[in-house]
Design a protein around this ligand. Structure first.
Ligand code: HEM
Length: 411
């Protein structure tokens, strides 16, 4: 396939307004001409082509451990607030930041709890919850989709899966909201540490109680399954249970909300595809993969070079940060025909929206279930649904492709 994008000016800004509102368009030229590019502004490598991103996700020289080095460098001084340190310690136990063999061990134990059957049996609940949320939206006039449906659906589902009682839900959601800037904006914003650390402290105390409770009184939920997970007499430690509960909570919360909202936006911008969904003329499995490829919510994953090495003609130095820009790789004309078109019947979209290789998203079946229930229901519920006037407000984050709000007009 030919490369048609113009060469970009080399002072691109991946956090600038154009990159935030249209990363795939803004970075298309970079992908074509400099698929592995040293970004002077952020002192990081940007990898944007499908082939290079997929290769880096498989390559162990790109380390997933970006927390421990950060803790060592920035948070080991005597004046570090112990609550901030605790928040980062919890994060450092997340399997997504682990390397072999620690990663494989954790992933195996978690796989025992997060099984395909445990997800399949949630379908009826996800459907009824989605209907309930949609019933609360008036059938005419303006509404905000993320607040009303796309965010509460995954948030209630994960709370219920974990075994959070309904009576605790309001507190639980408040603490979760306090911690979420740490997960969505990354580690570089110390001004937010105070409230994040307090929220994490509340969550740690709360999860400790819940873990103890389900150890004593097992129930049909994820925490009980995690407590029971065992392989060759090896089980998750208390700290690992804590890390895994918080990872499940944050891994699938905002990502799935954005998956739903971005999917609805993509349909409203492609009336021919929207009609196919409304008329049930799509294979929802293929359609979900195409929504992920076209404008999935995971924009970028981060790696750190483990050593000095040569990669596709460039010299990468130990410790350098690498941004793998999944959203841009997913629109690579070398990998996908007509990549900027949403085609819900696209055969075999081998996108990298859920990552690739050993760290491939553990929660992908849950995200697919929720979005597969929500997206068709939303557009069928309102036959004349349209975007409210005004610009879209994209979140100014490198890791996430999502909107602050998606205002729609029902009808
Ligand atoms: C559309 C929604 C979602 C997207 C786009 C997404 C994206 C991703 C990506 C790109 C990775 C790989 C990260 C890396 O390689 O560094 C990942 C890993 C992970 N995700 Fe998701 N995710 C989603 C939903 C979920 C849900 C619902 C959960 C759980 C409830 C979840 C849990 C995880 C976990 C535990 C990992 C780490 C896997 C490992 O390290 O082995 N995710 N996700």
């Amino acid at each position: 396939m030919s490369v048609t994008q113009a060469a970009p000016p080399l002072d691109i800004d991946v956090m600038g307004p154009e990159a935030i509102s249209d990363p795939q368009g803004y970075l298309a030229g970079l992908r074509a001409h400099h698929p592995v590019f040293w970004d002077v502004r952020y002192r990081s490598w940007l990898i944007t082509s499908y082939r290079h991103v997929a290769a880096a996700l498989r390559d162990e020289r790109f380390s997933s451990d970006r927390i421990e080095p950060y803790i060592r460098k920035k948070l080991s001084g005597p004046d570090t607030d112990p609550l901030v340190r605790q928040a980062f310690d919890v994060l450092s136990g997340w399997m997504v930041f682990k390397e072999e063999p620690a990663h494989t061990r954790l992933r195996r134990l978690c796989n025992q709890a997060f099984t395909p059957q445990s997800i399949t049996k949630l379908r009826a609940r996800v459907e009824s919850l989605c209907t309930e949320l949609l019933n609360a939206v008036p059938t005419t006039g303006e509404f905000e989709l993320i607040e009303k449906v796309a965010a509460p659906l995954p948030s209630i589902v994960i709370a219920e899966m974990l075994g959070v009682p309904v009576s605790d839900r309001a507190d639980f959601e408040r603490w979760t909201a306090q911690v979420s800037p740490l997960v969505s904006t990354g580690l570089d914003d110390p001004t937010r540490y105070g409230s994040v650390a307090k929220g994490m402290d509340s969550l740690v105390k709360y999860f400790s109680g819940l873990i103890e409770r389900y150890r004593q009184e097992p129930a049909d939920n994820l925490i009980t399954a995690l407590v029971r997970a065992n392989e060759d007499n090896d089980a998750l430690s208390e700290a690992e249970l804590m890390a895994t509960c918080t990872l499940m909570l944050f891994g699938g919360h905002e990502t799935t909300a954005n998956f739903i909202a971005n999917g609805v936006l993509a349909l409203l911008r492609h009336p021919d595809q929207l009609a196919l969904v409304r008329e049930d003329k799509i294979d929802i499995k293929a359609a979900l993969e195409e929504f992920m490829r076209y404008d999935g919510p995971g924009k970028t994953v981060v790696r750190v070079a483990r050593e000095d090495f040569e990669f596709e003609g460039v010299s990468i130095k130990a410790g350098q940060r690498v941004f793998l820009i999944l959203s841009v790789a997913n629109r690579d004309p070398e990998a996908f025909e007509d990549p900027d078109k949403l085609r819900l019947d696209r055969p075999q979209t081998r996108h990298v929206g859920f990552g690739f290789g050993t760290h491939f998203c553990l929660g992908a079946p849950l995200a697919r279930l929720e979005a597969g229930v929500a997206i068709p229901r939303i557009v069928k519920r309102f036959p004349a649904l349209k975007l409210a006037p005004g610009p879209l407000k994209w979140l100014p984050f490198l890791g996430t492709r999502g909107m602050r709000e998606l205002r729609l007009i029902a009808g």
